[in-house]
Design a protein around this ligand. Structure first.
Ligand code: ARG
Length: 510
């Protein structure tokens, strides 16, 4: 009489037989609550609960048990109403069995039901419309992704703007084939003479640029973040331009291994990595100094004949020089005021400065790297007594054409020392745009022209600065020579390099 009853309403009342009178002995009751799928049943016992315990106080005499899906509750007995806080499934079974002994007044359950709820987050990084604090069975919602993410349909394999999803009976959304994928900024721009460093190219990941140390140094923005717009955006700066790997200038591997060109000694690779060798089309040879990765500073008079020149850098040994190893030259720029024969007869080396532009920026390294240019304003005469290095493949005491690059340390001296020399009867001009340097026994000589006279940077003692360019001297080498005062031409040098300072193969910067 108490078995097989099925409750199908969304809420209802179930009691033990005869409730609130005593229930019968030796009975086995079974009730089922079965409501529509997608709904959950909640059970509420009223407080007048009374089921007989056994002699030991245990629930073996008369027993109430409840099961729902995998969940089991009970056995219950005694005088205190059990509390079940769980939401049960849409099917609940109630078993009540009594023995032959004395009995209690039984129990009363009020049950109710709610639709099973779906989670308020459907996908990671989703944006839901409408945005509710809870979602029930049959609710629909439009899914989009938050900024920086895009909705992807993993079944059709395509990105979509939004999707309509529904809360299903089992409390899940029919959204399993969607995901919010972070936008992908793709590979960040390559950096000339530097490296990218990314762990991922998607939204909010960082790319940190670095330069090929120690020959290049980073300038400006180093850190970029993948933005919601799928662009790499500089972190913490207003302009989003790529950083620059600027050549580090003036580095030398020379220690205090001083040589005393003329009175000099052979240089090793890396001692004067800026030194290059020039040979013009009409056979004039000389030196030059790399002052950036694309420009060579040299003397204008080397180009009195031909403007075409072959440049070799990163070497000390002239043996085995081949045209293929040359640094291709784009153009030569002579100082506009340079006039080899100003008054028509006497030699004139004033403004003896030229720049040679390479056809492509050179890759810098231990054997090839630029010398520093003077700072702006270093235009006054160099202090007599300051020591600097001269370098070149010019004539020495024992050879007209040495094979190894020679170097020597010479002091700056007063211009009178140079004026007083024998120029085979000619009277060259001397001006403040020139520097006189050398000492008896140590000098530059024929073939050294265009090469640098470098001084230690007093503010950064590890750096060398080109302060002179081998320009002219008496036929008889070995005392003093005249050098172009580079500091007086800085403005022209900077202007020329800037005006002609782009290379075709270079990516244009944002
Ligand atoms: N004009 C010479 C050349 O073409 C440089 C001479 C330097 N002479 C001197 N005694 N310092 O190489």
């Amino acid at each position: 009489r108490c078995s097989g009853e099925i409750f199908t309403r969304f809420k209802g009342l179930i009691t033990s037989p005869n409730y609130p009178e005593h229930y019968a002995e030796n009975s086995k009751c079974h009730y089922t609550i079965r409501i529509e799928q997608g709904f959950q049943i909640m059970l509420n016992f009223t407080s007048d609960f009374n089921i007989e315990r056994d002699a030991f106080g245990q629930c073996t005499a008369d027993v109430l048990k409840i099961t729902s899906g995998q969940k089991e509750y009970g056995p219950f007995c005694g005088n205190r109403a059990p509390v079940i806080r769980d939401h049960l499934s849409n099917v609940v079974e109630i078993h009540f069995s009594t023995n032959g002994e004395s009995e209690g007044t039984g129990w009363k359950i009020m049950y109710s039901s709610t639709a099973k709820q779906c989670p308020v987050e459907i996908l990671e990084h989703n944006v839901l419309q409408p945005k509710n604090s809870d979602y029930d069975y049959k609710d629909s919602v439009r899914v989009r992704c938050e900024s920086g993410y895009e909705l992807y349909d993993n079944v059709r394999n395509q990105y979509i703007d939004s999707a309509m999803v529904h809360c299903q009976k089992d409390g899940t959304w029919n959204s399993s084939w969607y995901s919010c994928r972070p936008v992908d900024c793709g590979n960040p721009m390559a950096l000339r003479n530097g490296k990218r460093n990314v762990t991922s190219t998607v939204y909010q990941f960082l790319n940190t640029y670095s330069c090929d140390e120690p020959y290049y140094k980073l300038e400006e923005n180093a850190i970029f973040e993948c933005a919601a717009t799928a662009d790499w955006v500089a972190v913490g700066t207003s302009d989003g331009t790529l950083p620059n790997c600027k050549p580090v200038c003036g580095r030398t591997a020379i220690s205090d291994d001083t040589g005393r060109v003329f009175g000099g000694k052979p240089a090793r690779l890396g001692y004067f990595p800026w030194q290059v060798r020039l040979r013009t089309y009409d056979g004039k040879v000389g030196g030059g100094a790399l002052v950036s990765d694309g420009w060579i500073l040299t003397a204008a008079h080397l180009f009195d004949g031909s403007r075409q020149t072959t440049v070799h850098g990163g070497i000390v040994n002239l043996q085995g020089l081949s045209p293929e190893k040359a640094l291709p030259v784009e153009d030569a720029f002579l100082h506009p005021n340079y006039r080899p024969q100003a008054d028509g007869s006497e030699p004139n080396f004033e403004h003896d400065v030229a720049l040679v532009k390479l056809r492509a920026r050179a890759k810098l390294g231990a054997n090839l790297s630029p010398v520093c240019l003077p700072a702006a304003g270093e235009t006054s005469p160099l202090r007599a007594g300051r020591l600097g290095y001269i370098t070149g493949w010019g004539k020495t005491e024992v050879r007209d054409r040495p094979i190894f690059l020679q170097y020597a340390e010479v002091p700056v001296v007063g211009m009178d020392k140079c004026r007083g020399l024998d120029y085979r009867g000619k009277r060259p001009r001397f001006t403040d745009n020139m520097v006189c340097a050398g000492q008896p026994g140590t000098d530059s000589c024929q073939g050294d022209s265009g090469g640098p006279f470098v001084l230690r940077d007093l503010r950064h003692p590890s750096r060398h600065v080109v302060r002179g360019i081998v320009s002219f001297g008496p036929q008889q080498c070995g005392s003093y020579g005249v050098y172009t005062h580079v500091g007086r031409y800085l403005a022209w040098i900077v202007k020329t390099m800037r005006e002609h300072g782009s290379w075709e193969d270079e990516e244009t910067r944002a």
